[in-house]
Write a protein that binds this ligand. Structure first.
Ligand code: TRP
Length: 363
């Protein structure tokens, strides 16, 4: 007799994404990717390739964006994102995202977009001045749609993304109030029960909110040239770690346990050993920076080794890894469109736009 099957509770959904801008680095890993690896076993995860967003600052570099899109999937896969568990989604092939962006754009005050701290910081950091395209601030509205198209419970992100998630939560609540008659005093966790289309999603910030770069001051970032990439070879990792500046003169000089080197120790060396190192460092107990850097590079290389091995599979000549990657994207996006089309229909019905249902064919 076959085992009686208990009906499975549908899994909660998780959505997050990356803008393809080049290779991923250690800051991405401890800030967000690591979290995704755990979540893919517990939830239905959608990992979005925000390729449209890449055009907001690099509209004139379509070839680069395409290459970066493939590259980031290889980074994800080498980290252990498993396409049999999680869906890899191509933003530009989920039309519901673009359509929902329009609807949401009506619910978000223009000033709120322009005072979004992440948008402001990016305008500064990327030197966009006042000549950025209209599409640049618009991406933050688009990001609300990226998320809400999947009606997820959680959005695992780095700290810098929290203002975007706040805006997304705002727009979800507003939509539910305006079109679904949800009361403005309804607790956020009860919006769906009260008839709202959108659950109010929660940000899940990673284990290390801010990893410094090897310059020791700024946040690790590709554009600042202070990053250790997940695909760096072992020697390169050691070389970069050796460059972390501490200003310390000798092994007996008491060190600052909050400096960049020690933040790396905290992020990559097991807790107990890290505590011991920090204690000795603080006391100037004959522990030179060089020793710490060696131990640190070994720990990081041990973390990266399985990633290098998995990546090598996709970079093999012959059957190109790119074909494999595109198959993965195609499958993930097909599932994404099932959910996103359903969401769009629900939203349209709520907005009295439910005239007739359309179908969407997928390659
Ligand atoms: N803006 C995010 C970044 O630059 C990428 C992103 C796009 C995203 N859409 C998203 C993150 C939706 C979380 C959820 O890193």
């Amino acid at each position: 007799m076959p085992e009686p099957t208990t009906p499975q509770k549908p899994k909660t959904r998780v959505l997050t994404g990356d803008t393809p801008t080049g290779r991923l680095h250690l800051g991405h890993f401890v800030g967000s990717i690591e979290r995704r690896l755990a979540m893919q076993h517990q939830h239905e995860c959608f990992f979005l390739l925000a390729n449209m967003h890449a055009f907001t600052t690099r509209w004139d570099k379509p070839d680069e964006i395409r290459a970066d899109t493939i590259e980031i999937v290889k980074d994800w896969l080498s980290c252990g994102i498993d396409p049999s568990l999680a869906h890899v989604v191509l933003q530009t092939e989920v039309p519901a995202i673009a359509e929902l962006s329009w609807f949401f754009a009506m619910l978000i005050p223009f000033n709120r977009v322009m005072s979004n701290p992440t948008i402001k910081t990016e305008i500064d950091a990327k030197g966009l001045g006042d000549s950025y395209p209209f599409g640049f601030p618009l991406y933050s509205v688009g990001q609300c749609a990226d998320i809400l198209a999947f009606r997820p419970a959680f959005v695992p992100v780095g700290e810098d993304q929290v203002p975007h998630i706040e805006m997304c939560r705002f727009v979800a609540g507003k939509f539910n109030q305006v079109y679904c008659a949800v009361n403005n005093r309804t607790p956020e966790d009860d919006h769906v029960k009260a008839g709202g289309v959108f659950p109010i999603p929660k940000a899940k910030v990673g284990r290390v909110a801010r990893l410094p770069g090897i310059d020791g001051t700024h946040k690790m970032s590709k554009s600042l040239g202070n990053a250790i990439f997940l695909s760096d070879p072992p020697k390169e990792v050691q070389k970069k770690i050796n460059r972390i500046f501490t200003g310390r003169q000798s092994a007996t000089e008491p060190g600052d346990v909050n400096n960049a080197l020690m933040q790396f120790v905290d992020a990559f060396i097991p807790q107990e050993r890290a505590a011991e190192l920090k204690d000795r460092y603080a006391r100037g107990d004959n522990l030179g920076d060089g020793h710490i850097k060696q131990e640190l590079a070994e720990a990081i290389n041990a973390l990266l080794e399985p990633m290098r091995a998995r990546r090598a599979e996709y970079d093999k000549p012959g059957r190109t890894g790119d074909d494999t990657v595109i198959d993965i994207i195609r499958r993930g996006t097909a599932r994404a469109n099932e959910v996103a089309e359903e969401t769009l229909w629900m939203a349209k019905e709520a907005m009295r736009l439910g005239f007739f249902r359309r179908g969407l064919t997928t390659a």
